[in-house]
Design a protein around this ligand. Structure first.
Ligand SMILES: [Zn+2]
Length: 259
């Protein structure tokens, strides 16, 4: 390993730590990118040396989901509870609305436990199904307890008839302006944010934001969750277009669980 790859590894670790709930605001690079213009996705790889994977990587995310190979896969085991009031913050971080949780919720996948650190939203969805984007996508970011590998569970959010009450507490508390984390008054029932059916697509990929580190096992649930139009509009009034374009699948396997 040469010095530059060590630096990339270091930058990756720092970012993973910030995902782990330790908010690192000294990393100026983290804020100096955008979804449009000169700081947009097509330029990310050249903005900072540690963002190089954004253009040089070959296992990037998101991707278009099509022609997935159906196979028997293990279940994603969700161990989600209610958040504790003292440990749940909601932040408008300038790129999305993010809720940090650190109350012992986790998933087990292929025998590995990944702790839930935070969840956040994109609009439109980052992953597309046969070229079609959903209104929104929710990302539950989990960190392997023994490495800096991540497992991100993606949930597609689509427009339905009714208000989804599991999400009311979140959408009613989104800070309108980017700034410091705000404590949420009421706990969140994390399990209720998920669809009932847990079939999924999976592939090995990256963070969809700089530094685009290729450390993510993606688990995209194949059943969407419905929100009311008003709920979707509450989010898109703050963030619309915070989705990285899809990246080439390349030689990677894209699998779908048989169910
Ligand atoms: Zn995301």
């Amino acid at each position: 390993m040469n010095v530059s790859s060590l630096l990339v590894l270091l930058a990756t670790s720092v970012f993973a730590l910030s995902l782990g709930g330790v908010l690192i605001l000294t990393n100026a690079a983290d804020t100096d990118w955008s979804y449009a213009g000169d700081l947009g996705p097509g330029h990310w790889g050249k903005l900072f040396p540690e963002f190089a994977p954004c253009e040089e990587g070959n296992a990037q995310s998101p991707i278009d989901i099509s022609d997935a190979t159906e196979v028997d896969l293990v279940e994603v085991e969700f161990h989600y509870g209610e958040t504790e009031r003292t440990k749940q913050n909601i932040t408008n971080n300038g790129h999305t609305i993010q809720v940090d949780v650190s109350d012992g919720s986790y998933v087990v996948y292929n025998g590995i436990a990944y702790d839930l650190a935070q969840f956040h939203f994109h609009s439109p969805s980052e992953h597309t199904i046969d070229g079609e984007a959903a209104a929104m996508e929710l990302h539950f970011v989990h960190v392997d307890r023994n490495s800096n590998a991540l497992a991100v569970v993606g949930v597609l959010l689509v427009e339905g008839e009714d208000e989804n009450e599991a999400y009311t507490n979140i959408f009613d508390n989104m800070p309108a302006e980017a700034g410091e984390p705000e404590t949420m008054a009421e706990p969140i029932d994390l399990e209720a944010l998920l669809p009932q059916r847990r079939g999924y697509y999976t592939y090995q990929g990256s963070l969809t934001t700089p530094p685009c580190s290729e450390i993510v096992r993606w688990l995209l649930l194949d059943t969407p969750v419905e929100l009311s139009r008003a709920q979707i509009e509450a989010y898109t009034a703050l963030y619309s277009g915070n989705a990285r374009p899809v990246q080439p699948l390349g030689k990677r396997d894209l699998l779908r669980s048989r169910r």
